[in-house]
Design a protein around this ligand. Structure first.
Ligand code: 5GP
Length: 134
């Protein structure tokens, strides 16, 4: 069965999209640790990150870096944190989280956003995203 993220990539389930390339897709986490919490996923469905082919792994990290640069421009923060867990959704995803403190990346503290706030955030990150070379 297709993962929830494959359904999002295919547009079968809505999301707040941030960026897309031929092989990768970025969208806002629906239960964010902090404003701007973004997930970056390969379109090809693979469960565990270190099972990716080396080229796909490096491509994912290159794409995630571009998203992180846009995120830091769009969302005021001290820095962008990165985490890979995958215990909930068995489809590789990189968490990019704007950090103000360690609480923002402990996955215990969550923020609640309106759909308008999600849309505004996704648009700002998307506008800051460098679409060259993707
Ligand atoms: P993990 O698998 O890394 O433990 O966590 C999965 C992450 O995906 C969680 O942060 C969760 O909020 C997010 N997530 C789960 N289902 C959806 C969904 O349908 N849409 C979005 N945008 N995020 C989701």
């Amino acid at each position: 069965m297709a993962s929830i993220f494959t359904k999002i990539i295919k547009g079968e389930i809505p999301c707040y999209k941030v960026a897309e390339s031929a092989d990768f897709f970025a969208f806002l986490d629906i239960n964010p640790n902090a404003k701007g919490h973004t997930l970056v996923v390969p379109k090809k469905e693979v469960n565990k990150i270190f099972d990716l082919e080396e080229a796909a792994y490096l491509g994912l990290m290159t794409f995630a870096r571009k998203v992180a640069i846009a995120l830091e421009k769009a969302v005021p923060c001290d820095r962008i944190g990165i985490s890979v867990i995958g215990l909930e959704v068995p489809h590789v995803h990189v968490h990019l989280i704007p950090l103000h403190s360690m609480n923002d990346i402990d996955f215990k503290h969550k923020v609640s956003l309106t759909s308008e706030e999600f849309s505004t955030l996704a648009n700002s990150i998307s506008e800051a995203f460098d679409t060259s070379e993707v």
